[in-house]
Ligand binder design. Structure first.
Ligand SMILES: [Zn+2]
Length: 224
């Protein structure tokens, strides 16, 4: 199969590893070109955040990207947890400017029903930037789940009901290495965002479809 161009578009550095790290690693092992677009800086909403913290979060993302085989990451640098203070159009246009350059075939992004507002806005901006115009490159859009956001939302929002599964049974160590780059973001058990619980989820999603470990997605659109 011809190599594909793939992009993960997420709100924060670490969402890519949590949501679809194994899948990205699988794409890169298959010879696909894997890109990442990060919308928010992941740091500025914290009290007393410094430039050094911002730099170290980005360095962690670069390291995780090397583990996952991401060939280029774009950091848009919007303020963390404040995407709702920006016109959606400016976020959409920032994403469009990159999509025009990389011409992806497959897009991964957040679930529309996450608790985190940046995640929800990212989803909305991505599906807007990826609207199916004539001659467009994008053939598939998938949304992923992020522990401590997707499962923490109130029942009034759209639940995450997976419709596509990627076998990551032989890629767990790669996903774990990427997560370990974000040690400051990971928590100890029984917090939902622990390495152990990421593994629990991979087992649940895998075993749900007869695999040892999997990442699960909702298919947003597929054009065949
Ligand atoms: Zn996030």
């Amino acid at each position: 199969m011809a190599a594909k161009t793939v992009v993960v578009i997420c709100a924060h550095t670490d969402d890519e590893a949590l949501g679809c790290g194994g899948t990205l690693a699988r794409h890169s092992q298959n010879g696909d070109s894997v890109y990442a677009i990060f919308l928010a800086d992941g740091v500025t909403s914290r009290p007393g955040a410094t430039a050094a913290e911002l730099a170290s979060r980005q360095a962690a993302a670069d390291k995780a990207g090397q583990e996952l085989g991401i060939i280029q990451a774009f950091y848009l640098g919007f303020c963390d947890n404040q995407l709702d203070s920006l016109p959606l159009l400016s976020i959409v246009q920032a994403i469009e400017n990159i999509l025009i350059k990389i011409q992806p075939e497959i897009v991964y992004t957040h679930h529309i029903g996450d608790l985190n507002i940046d995640h929800r806005i990212t989803h909305q901006a991505v599906v807007t930037a990826c609207r199916p115009l004539p001659g467009g490159s994008i053939k598939q859009i998938y949304s992923f789940e992020v522990l401590s956001s997707t499962e923490w939302q109130t029942p009034g929002y759209l639940p995450f009901i997976p419709t596509a599964f990627v076998d990551i049974s032989d890629l767990w160590s790669v996903k774990e290495s990427a997560l370990l780059c974000y040690q400051t973001e990971m928590r100890d058990e029984p917090h939902s965002r622990s390495i152990q619980n990421v593994l629990n989820l991979a087992k649940l999603r895998g075993n749900s479809v007869g695999l040892p470990l999997a990442e699960a997605f909702m298919l947003i659109r597929s054009i065949i």
